[in-house]
Design a protein around this ligand. Structure first.
Ligand code: OSB
Ligand code: MG
Length: 368
């Protein structure tokens, strides 16, 4: 197979509701879609880089630049037999995983479409329904937090994750545990704490959380090792795990007991599957994170979540939680028992709505 052409589009998509973390508040996404023409078949993927470099060093603008100047030239005129061979060519570029991951994933979609197979089957997925949880941003008041959780539980979601930050941690967790003593509850700090804050994090243990996601520095394995020694609650790493090597170090050093895998953060399906396999061999459960994706990125998250060791509910939820109208057909829907049915069609299994994509596009470049 050969990549004949790629088309980059930047879409501006206002979120249905603002999303606030310890890092920032997001009201509108600047999303890059990558469309790769592989032997005449279009494969689609989404670059999950943010508008700012607060979560990871990449942004929408750096990803566009790296795709245009370095990644596309590495693929042009090259022959591949499988999408699984693409990542090692792109690995010449250091870092820039979100840019790489989008390009790689688009070629996987194209390969699956060529073979007339659902992408999840090509990847080695094993389930036709995935378990869905939600990530709830920081709320203006505890009342609003409780009612946001209530809405999601009524919709059927299987676990609730709330964002925390210093000054907004014990109180919201205590309140939610009081209101909902039985639910699967977890928190995500997006690196807002320091190791010295461990006594405060220790106080969260009273509320039997499923896990605490990325409490400390975005690239600081050592401090997570020290924190995990002091906590019974499992630490789940997100930001720290951007390569297979970091996953290995984190697990063997004892920095975490659970890993959140994101396709963009690790640079595509090849490293995502390697991390998945290593975790499975070491009895570390994984789940699929989210990055406020449009339907295209969401469809890839669904395919990834079918791999055998994705045994915890992920942050992959319904299109309507993010967008008044998504850019795929059908939209992603969640059942009343908190699951997403995995599509049977070829590739990602959801059709990109070209009319809507074009209407939201603010920048477009074609490379041949
Ligand atoms: O830390 O998991 C995170 C969104 C943007 C950046 C980082 C994170 C998140 C989320 C939202 O938690 C997950 C989602 O609903 O897509
Ligand atoms: Mg996270």
């Amino acid at each position: 197979m050969r990549v004949n052409e790629i088309v980059l589009r930047e879409l501006h998509m206002p979120l249905a509701a603002p999303f606030e973390t310890s890092l920032e508040r997001t009201e509108r996404r600047r999303i890059i879609l990558v469309e790769s023409l592989v032997d005449g078949v279009s494969g689609w993927a989404e670059c999950v880089a943010g508008e700012t470099p607060s979560y990871s060093p990449e942004t929408t603008d750096t990803a566009w630049l790296i795709l245009r100047e370095f990644l596309w030239p590495l693929l042009r005129d090259r022959e591949f037999s499988r999408a699984a061979e693409v990542w090692k060519v792109l690995a010449w570029v250091r870092g820039h995983n979100m840019a790489k991951g989008a390009l790689e994933a688009s070629i996987w979609d194209a390969e699956a479409k060529h073979k007339n197979l659902p992408l999840w089957k090509l990847l080695g997925g094993v389930r036709q329904e995935i378990a869905s949880g939600v990530s709830i941003g920081i709320q203006p008041s505890l009342e609003e937090l409780v009612s946001a959780v209530q809405v999601e539980l009524e919709a059927g979601y299987q676990r609730i994750k709330i964002k925390i930050k210093p000054g907004y941690d014990l109180k919201p967790v205590r309140r939610l545990r009081h209101e909902f003593p039985q639910i699967k509850l977890m928190v995500d700090a997006n690196s807002a704490y320091r190791l010295e804050d461990w006594p405060l994090l220790k106080q969260l243990e009273e509320f039997y959380l499923m896990m605490i996601e990325q409490p400390l520095g975005w690239d600081d394995l050592y401090s997570h090792v020290e924190l995990q020694k002091r906590l019974e609650t499992p630490i789940c790493l997100d930001e720290c795990i951007h390569t297979e090597e970091q996953a290995r170090a984190a697990i063997l050093l004892g920095a975490c007991r659970i890993i959140n895998i994101k396709l963009g953060r690790v640079g595509g399906y090849t490293p995502a599957r390697a991390i998945h396999d290593f975790c499975q061999q070491n009895a570390i459960p994984v789940w699929c994170g989210g990055m406020l994706e449009s339907g295209i990125g969401r469809a890839h998250n669904i395919a990834l979540s079918t791999l055998p060791n994705f045994i915890l509910p992920g942050d992959v939820s319904a299109s309507k939680r993010y967008w008044r109208e998504d850019i795929i057909e059908p939209e992603v829907e969640v059942s009343s028992h908190g699951t997403i049915r995995v599509p049977e069609g070829p590739g990602i299994g959801y059709r990109p709505r070209l009319d809507r994509i074009e209407a939201l596009t603010v920048r477009k470049e074609r490379f041949t």
